[in-house]
Design a protein around this ligand. Structure first.
Ligand code: AMP
Length: 603
């Protein structure tokens, strides 16, 4: 994408003086893309439309080979995943004709966003890996502007793959990061002193989450004095690692003392990957025992990894709930949120990664896709009609909120991502965005996203079990409880038991079955987190006494809510309301077993 500009030969860029010439080149690329954001976008759109001109999808809208914005905006409708489902299903079933993209679909990326309870399937093409790689390659040069000396040590990053399946037509379906870690881009990456990670690749690629985590933690301990940053993709992943250390430090210390790996690690390539670095080290084992046996976990990250300069984790969006816990474990280390991405497309990066979590803004890189913005006031009302006025990347207004709409090289056209972003300013001519929220997400512990309809369905399904007791759920609400690791869903139920005279009130065992029935009814990402990753704990139902939800309404009205418009909130986070609910709990019940989940899709 050569936009004409004079390339300076010094290492100074508008972002600051680069650490070295290689970084300067990358920072200049950011400068160039952001300075000419609108021209780059126009070119990206023309490129996408011309290469995909013969696809069934674009032919349908009779673009007649046009690649300009005006024709595109006039003829192509804005769509949701559900609108594209028939095309996506055909591709999944093996239709290799150019339906959405002229380039062959190389695989499906399975989003953590779901449709009808299953992960959304995002068709992707091979070259998108290069585009993702390009965005990754910009992160270190930006970080080097703020944190010098990262080439003098290592990064302890907890990275995991998830299971993959094949569609009926034989294409792989897996999460985008699994696809990336398994690609040659990652596996055969050249040595880069600024990006040396402690985890051996076989440990990252091990699908067994226990073995993978065990060996990644072990290597982190073995290299503890060289570790300069600690991270995971999302905050919840790093907290899971800390929890793992709390549960398994004795075993890890034993292995370190003996210089031999626990027999629980059965994957031979994982065993091989530590063979050279695991030597008996009684002193380190003693250190680990001394730090972990006290029961004091505050500041554990800097106690074990004393040279850590920052945490590399996303704590924006749904992950913001973990900031206090991470601060507790890290003794207040800065948290760097470096990038904003999805299965559909990698969007952009944070050009000031050491800023406070509440100040994080992402700069969307104009070369990644064609970006449009649906003003929030229209997002709620307008369906996917073609004449809706979407705003171009370079024309969004500071302070306004928009829903992100993308047109990608893989063939998504004017696709609603579902993320709400607020414009906070510009870098050169490219806007910067605060991630505000994802639409329709009620509950989230890690990558799970449960919406109101799914919760309602789960409550309905579970309350079937109350029928023999002539009992009904009269009201309910929910809360994502993250004070413990893993977090879990709490559902508050107010019950009406019509006929408790014969002693047939639903007992604890029935309520436990209700918890499990709710879990069974939740989407596959939730169930996978429960079953395969253990990253969500058993769902809890807290039964509150009769009249509690009326009190909740009284409270809301006393704070100014309109009595006519009052609706029971289906999720509560406001501490006084939670306190009120908790003070009315008559019994609490946990799901006694894991729900069903298998890597295979059910539909
Ligand atoms: P997935 O399709 O499963 O990869 O999930 C992508 C979604 O995760 C995005 O559309 C956002 O809603 C969310 N997400 C990704 N990166 C960030 C970020 N840096 N901050 C907040 N939310 C994010």
């Amino acid at each position: 994408m050569a936009v004409e500009t004079t390339i300076p030969t010094t290492t100074s860029t508008s972002l600051g003086p680069a650490a070295n010439e290689k970084d300067a080149e990358k920072l200049r690329f950011i400068d160039e893309m952001t300075a000419y954001a609108d021209a780059v976008q126009e070119k990206v759109l023309a490129e996408i439309l011309s290469r995909n001109a013969e696809t069934e999808y674009l032919q349908r809208y009779k673009l007649g080979g046009a690649t300009d914005r005006a024709t595109f905006k006039a003829k192509i409708p804005m769509v949701t995943y559900e609108d594209l489902q028939p095309e996506i299903q055909r591709i999944a079933n093996g239709d290799r004709s150019p339906i959405l993209s002229a380039h062959p679909i190389s695989e499906f990326l399975t989003s953590s966003g779901t449709s009808a309870g299953e992960r959304k399937l995002m068709p992707t093409i091979k070259e998108e890996l290069d585009r993702r790689q390009l965005l990754y390659s910009l992160l270190t040069p930006v970080m080097n502007l703020y944190v010098p000396g990262l080439d003098k040590g290592k990064a302890l990053y907890f990275y995991f793959v998830k299971s993959e399946t094949r569609t009926p037509g034989g294409l792989l379906a897996r999460p985008v990061l699994t696809s990336y870690y398994k690609s040659e881009h990652f596996k055969s990456r050249p040595y880069d002193p600024y990006n040396v990670i402690t985890s051996p690749t076989p440990a990252i690629l091990c699908a067994d989450s226990f073995q993978s985590m065990y060996v990644q933690m072990l290597c982190g301990l073995l290299h503890r004095l060289q570790v300069l940053r600690v991270g995971a993709v999302f905050a919840s992943g790093l907290l899971r690692a800390i929890r793992f250390l709390q549960l398994h430090w004795e075993e890890l210390a034993r292995d370190i003392a003996a210089g031999s790996l626990s027999p629980k690690i059965t994957d031979l390539s994982v065993r091989d990957s530590v063979a050279d670095i695991l030597q008996p080290d009684p002193e380190l084992a003693e250190f680990v025992r001394a730090e972990c046996s006290t029961g004091e976990w505050a500041g554990i990250i800097t106690r074990i990894w004393p040279s850590t300069k920052y945490l590399d984790v996303i704590v924006t969006g749904a992950m913001a709930q973990y900031i206090p816990t991470l601060e507790h474990y890290s003794g207040g280390l800065p948290m760097a949120c470096t990038m904003y991405a999805s299965s559909e497309c990698y969007f952009g990066l944070n050009l000031r990664p050491m800023c406070k979590p509440s100040d994080v803004s992402y700069t969307i890189m104009p070369n990644m896709a064609y970006f449009e913005f649906l003003p929030l006031e229209l997002a709620a009302t307008r369906k996917g009609d073609g004449d809706v006025q979407l705003v171009d990347l370079a024309r969004v207004e500071v302070g306004k909120e928009y829903e992100l709409v993308i047109t990608t090289y893989s063939g998504l056209c004017r696709y609603r991502v579902g993320d709400i972003l607020r414009v906070t300013g510009f870098h050169n001519a490219a806007p910067q965005f605060r991630f505000v929220r994802r639409k329709n997400v009620l509950l989230s512990i890690e990558s799970d996203k449960t919406d109101e309809a799914e919760l309602q369905k789960a409550v309905e399904s579970a309350s079937e079990l109350l029928k023999p007791y002539n009992a009904t759920v009269v009201e309910y609400t929910s809360h994502a409880f993250t004070k413990t690791i893993p977090g879990h869903y709490i559902i508050y139920w107010e019950l009406l038991v019509k006929d408790c005279s014969q002693g047939r009130t639903p007992g604890g065992e029935v309520m436990e079955r209700c918890c499990l029935a709710m879990e069974e009814a939740l989407n596959s990402v939730y169930r996978q987190s429960r079953v395969a990753d253990g990253s969500i704990g058993p769902l809890e139902i807290r039964v509150v006494r009769g009249g509690t939800f009326e009190e909740l309404m009284d409270y809301a009205i006393s704070r100014g809510a309109s009595i006519n418009q009052y609706k029971v909130p289906r999720c509560v986070n406001f501490p006084p309301i939670l306190e009120l609910l908790d003070s009315r709990v008559v019994s609490a019940h946990f799901s006694p077993a894991l729900p069903n989940w298998s890597p295979q899709r059910s539909g």
